[in-house]
Write a protein of this length. Structure first.
Length: 168
C-alpha cells in the first residue's frame, strides 16, 4: 500500500499497518528510509517557526537558525533515534520479550514518520500564532499521537513474535 495511505491508516489502526509491513518482508533499507524521510520532514516543519523567530529577533539570521536546525534534525536526530531504538530493544529483552531489533526500529521510525503531517501543521501554527497556549496544546496532541502509534505498534510486534506469524 502507498506511504500516504499507510500514514492515514496509522491514526486508526497502527497495529494493522505494522503487521502488514512485517508480513511483506522487512529490510533495513526500508526502515532507514522511514527514519531519513521523517527527519527530513521534521526539518521542513521547522522552517516557518525559524522564519518568524528570525524576523522577531534579527540578531541571529534565518540562515544561521536553519544551519542549527539542519545539524540537529538531519545529522543528530537519526543517531538519537537509533540509540533510542537500541535502548527500547534492551528494555524488551530485560522484560524477556523476544522481538527482532529491526521490528523495534520499524515501529519507532514509522511512528515518527506517521506523525510528521501533524508536525508540519504544528510548524505552521507556530509561525502564524507564535508561542500561545493553543499551539503548545497541539504539540501535546502530536506527542500523544506518537505515543499511541508507537505503543500499538510495539504491542503488535510483540504479539507477532520473532517469526512474524500470529501467536495466540
Amino acid at each position: 500500500m502507498s506511504l500516504s495511505l499507510n500514514i492515514a491508516r496509522s491514526y486508526r489502526r497502527p497495529d494493522l499497518v505494522v503487521r502488514a509491513m512485517v508480513q511483506q518482508g522487512l529490510r533495513e533499507p526500508q526502515v532507514l528510509f522511514f527514519n531519513a524521510l521523517a527527519c527530513g520532514l521534521i526539518f521542513v516543519a521547522q522552517w516557518p517557526r525559524l522564519s518568524r523567530e528570525a524576523t522577531l529577533d534579527p540578531s541571529v539570521t534565518f540562515e544561521q537558525r536553519m544551519g542549527g536546525a539542519l545539524f540537529a534534525v538531519i545529522f543528530l536526530l537519526p543517531l538519537i533515534l537509533y540509540g533510542l531504538a537500541a535502548l527500547l530493544q534492551v528494555v524488551l529483552r530485560v522484560a524477556r520479550v523476544n522481538v527482532p531489533g529491526i521490528r523495534v526500529r520499524l515501529v519507532l521510525f514509522w511512528s515518527l514518520l506517521a506523525v510528521t503531517p501533524l508536525m508540519l501543521v504544528h510548524g505552521g501554527l507556530q509561525a502564524f500564532m507564535g508561542p500561545v497556549g493553543a499551539v503548545q496544546a497541539f504539540g501535546f496532541v502530536v506527542a500523544a499521537a506518537f505515543i499511541y502509534i508507537t505503543g500499538r505498534g510495539l504491542r503488535e510486534v510483540v504479539r507477532l513474535g520473532p517469526s512474524g506469524a500470529d501467536t495466540p
